[in-house]
Design a protein around this ligand. Structure first.
Ligand code: SF4
Ligand code: SF4
Length: 137
């Protein structure tokens, strides 16, 4: 199965070979969807983890034991159709196919079931039509 997580790295943890350890110790494939980490500073990484459900749970516990903060359900993507002009730019950066221009009208369609909440589409929209709706605490 797959899980999408946002990992928050404290300064002490930014040099850890996280994806290597996940593969070797837990047999988990980590696909990095977005990363913002500077050397010797804290950072954030959005990853999609693929593997056995028990190993995923064990890996999450290990990540937390290493000092990383995990955000498992940050929210969901919303598209404001009143702003969208169906230019398709967002669909070109979407890694999962959740955003696509549907024929024959070439109108933008958003499939929330396919969305990884990687947030790559948000800055791509020139009209600020895409936003992240945060989950209630
Ligand atoms: S957040 Fe945006 S770019 Fe990422 S999978 Fe969802 S729709 Fe696609
Ligand atoms: S980039 Fe913005 S305006 Fe263009 S299709 Fe996507 S949501 Fe609509």
């Amino acid at each position: 199965m797959k899980r999408r997580l946002t990992l928050h790295f404290p300064r002490e943890a930014v040099h850890q070979p996280i994806t290597y350890r996940l593969a070797v110790d837990f047999d988990i494939a980590a696909k990095i969807l977005r990363a913002q980490i500077s050397p010797n500073q804290s950072g954030t990484m959005v990853v999609e983890l693929s593997g056995d459900i028990d190993e995923l749970t064990a890996a999450e516990a290990w990540l937390e034991s290493q000092g990383l903060g995990l955000n498992r359900a940050p929210g969901q993507i919303a598209v404001d159709s009143s702003l969208c002009v169906d230019c398709g730019i967002c669909s070109s950066v979407c890694p999962s196919g959740a955003l696509r221009l549907a024929q024959p009208a070439w109108q933008l369609q958003f499939d929330a079931q396919r969305c990884l909440v990687c947030e790559q589409c948000i800055p791509s929209c020139p009209l600020d039509a895409i936003s992240l709706v945060l989950a209630p605490p």
